[in-house]
Design a protein around this ligand. Structure first.
Ligand SMILES: [Zn+2]
Length: 204
């Protein structure tokens, strides 16, 4: 029986939870810490699409859904099997990513706009920013990714109920878009700074 199959038969989750992780001479029974280490998930096309915990990544590899592209350097011992802890995995079948994978929320709008007022470019803590409807609600504007931007209170007051076309001294720094894969990638870039094995997939 192959290593993969043997481990699946050994009741994946439980056996992984009990797996011992060895680093050089050290070994200890792990421990959620190692199992929660972030693993970069690539689409079959090598496009980064997600970050998951090591436990989930191992399950995907053992199920044959994904393949380890980069190893972490840690060896995992589960019963009599050895397996390298992945740092980057790649899905074997291409997965279509829905255009909009993130919920429209205040938190995500601020994340997209990097806590920056989209009119005057001031960067503020989330608590000091508000959301502005580019086309005011009173004038038929909807609450959508394309019509909501992070805004400081001062710009929000100044803009009031007017349209940008009615204002000469205010304009958007950039066109608001849905929280796209591109934005997710920016986040992954920030997260990936600590792991050199992620770089070649994230910085291109
Ligand atoms: Zn402002």
């Amino acid at each position: 029986m192959s290593l993969g199959k043997a481990m699946i038969h050994a009741r994946k989750q439980k056996s992984l939870a009990r797996a011992a992780v060895h680093v050089g001479e050290q070994s200890w029974t792990q421990s959620n810490q190692v199992m929660q280490m972030p693993v970069l998930v690539l689409n079959a096309s090598y496009e980064p699409i997600n970050i998951c915990g090591a436990r989930r990544a191992l399950v995907l590899v053992l199920k044959g859904v994904a393949k380890t592209e980069e190893e972490h350097g840690l060896m995992l011992h589960a019963q009599r099997n050895r397996m390298a802890m992945p740092s980057v995995i790649r899905l074997l079948e291409y997965r279509r990513i829905p255009h909009q994978t993130r919920a429209l929320s205040r938190k995500n709008i601020l994340l997209r706009d990097r806590n920056t007022c989209q009119y005057c470019s001031v960067v503020l803590p989330p608590g000091e920013l508000t959301l502005d409807h580019v086309i005011p609600r009173s004038r038929g504007g909807n609450s959508t990714w394309e019509n909501l931007v992070a805004c400081c209170h001062s710009c929000n007051r100044r803009k009031g109920n007017r349209l940008l076309s009615e204002l000469t001294d205010m304009q958007l720094q950039k066109e608001p878009r849905s929280f796209s894969l591109h934005t997710s990638r920016q986040i992954m870039r920030m997260l990936g700074r600590g792991d050199d094995r992620w770089r070649k997939y994230l910085f291109y």
